[in-house]
Every structure is written in structure tokens, then in C-alpha cells.
Design a protein around this ligand. Structure first.
Ligand code: IMP
Length: 188
């Protein structure tokens, strides 16, 4: 059994569908791990993975860190997305983008797989899109109502069911990269 360590119900919902669809047995540990401030999501998630190893110590664990990178804002809020969401929210980000015509952005997800023997591996996934003019939709979490993925039909993630979001989200791609590797190492 692989344990997903996250305090975020939405992340768990997305991740468990993807992992179970692949046939893995997955459980959840609902706790917030310590995070470092860093420009690199890989660094943040590796730090948390090591904390999980020390504090939880299940045989196999997955930890995820993600962020919204807005091109016109030089990648802001990026690794600081969680703090910016709490302080400014979607409306605050829309204000920063007021009058901007260049609205391209990407969501990035990095997953760390950590094993009791100390092995930590990270897997990356991205979803490109743009920042909408106003919040739309009530599904999902965080910046979902203001992010329009390139592959969709113009709806924000906030307007899409989790199954559709999972078809091309950053998180589904980091998980796909993990599963590709995991399949070749574990024979599952
Ligand atoms: P963390 O990965 O828990 O540090 O938080 C990342 C933050 O980025 C979240 O609090 C959200 O605000 C934002 N975020 C990351 N992934 C998503 C997503 O799939 N939808 C909406 N917001 C996201």
C-alpha cells in the first residue's frame, strides 16, 4: 500500500482516482508536513519527503507540491502559491493581472516518492493555460476558478468535474510520470 501524505482533500481526491485507476492500493495520511521556502518545487517536496520519512515512516509514500506560474509576473506566485492564495486569493491575483492582455500561465506539480530505505525520487508535471478575466465555477480548489487549461474548451478548472480535470492537469501528469517509472521498477 502506498500512502499519499496530504492535508488537502482535493489533492487526495484527484490523486486517489489516478492511482486506483492504475490498480495501486493507496491510503491517505492526512497531515501537513513541514515545508521550506524555496524557488524550486523539487527542493520543497524533497524536504517534505524527508520529514515524512522521519515522522511517519510508512514503507512507501507520495508527497505532492504544486504552484501556479504566471508568465507576465515572471512566474509569480510559483512556489509561494499556497501563501498567496491564503492572502490575496483569486481576486487578488486577478487584480495583479488587471488590464493585462498577456495572460498565459502554467500549473506545475512535483511528486516525491519516498521509500523507507531512504530513496526519494521526484516527478514533474505541467499544464499550460491562461488566467481568466473573472472567476468561474465552484468545483476544485485554490486557483481553479481562474485557470483555463489550453486543452479544454474554454472552461476554467473550477467549471470542470474532477474526472475531466484529471485528463490533462499538472497533477495527473506528474502522477503519470511516477507511474511510468514505478511500473518498470515494481512490476505492478
Ligand atoms: P501546496 O502544494 O500545498 O504548497 O499548495 C499549492 C497551492 O497552489 C495551492 O494552495 C493552490 O492555491 C495552488 N494550486 C496547486 N495546484 C492547484 C490546482 O490543481 N488547482 C488550483 N490551485 C492549485
Amino acid at each position: 500500500m502506498i500512502f499519499v501524505v496530504t492535508s488537502n482533500d482535493n489533492k487526495w481526491e484527484e490523486m486517489r482516482h489516478l492511482l486506483r485507476a492504475y490498480g495501486l492500493r493507496v491510503g491517505r495520511i492526512k497531515t501537513a508536513l513541514p515545508e521550506v521556502q524555496s524557488q524550486s518545487l523539487e527542493e520543497v517536496v524533497t524536504f517534505s519527503a524527508k520529514a515524512a520519512l522521519n515522522e511517519i515512516g510508512q514503507a512507501e509514500m507520495l508527497i505532492e507540491d504544486s504552484g501556479l506560474f504566471i508568465d507576465r509576473l515572471n512566474g509569480f506566485p510559483g512556489p509561494f502559491s499556497s501563501y498567496v492564495y491564503k492572502t490575496l486569493g483569486c481576486e487578488g491575483v486577478l487584480k495583479l493581472m488587471e488590464g493585462e492582455r498577456e495572460r498565459t500561465a502554467k500549473f506545475v506539480s512535483v511528486i516525491a516518492y519516498v521509500r523507507k530505505d531512504g530513496e526519494v525520487r521526484t516527478f514533474h508535471g505541467e499544464c499550460r493555460g491562461r488566467i481568466s478575466d473573472r472567476p468561474r465555477g465552484t468545483k476544485g480548489f485554490g486557483f481553479d476558478p481562474i485557470f483555463v487549461p489550453e486543452e479544454g474548451e474554454g472552461q476554467t478548472f473550477g467549471e470542470l468535474d474532477v474526472a475531466i480535470k484529471n485528463e490533462y492537469s499538472h497533477r495527473s501528469r506528474s502522477i503519470a510520470n511516477f507511474l511510468r517509472w514505478y511500473g518498470t521498477t515494481s512490476g505492478s
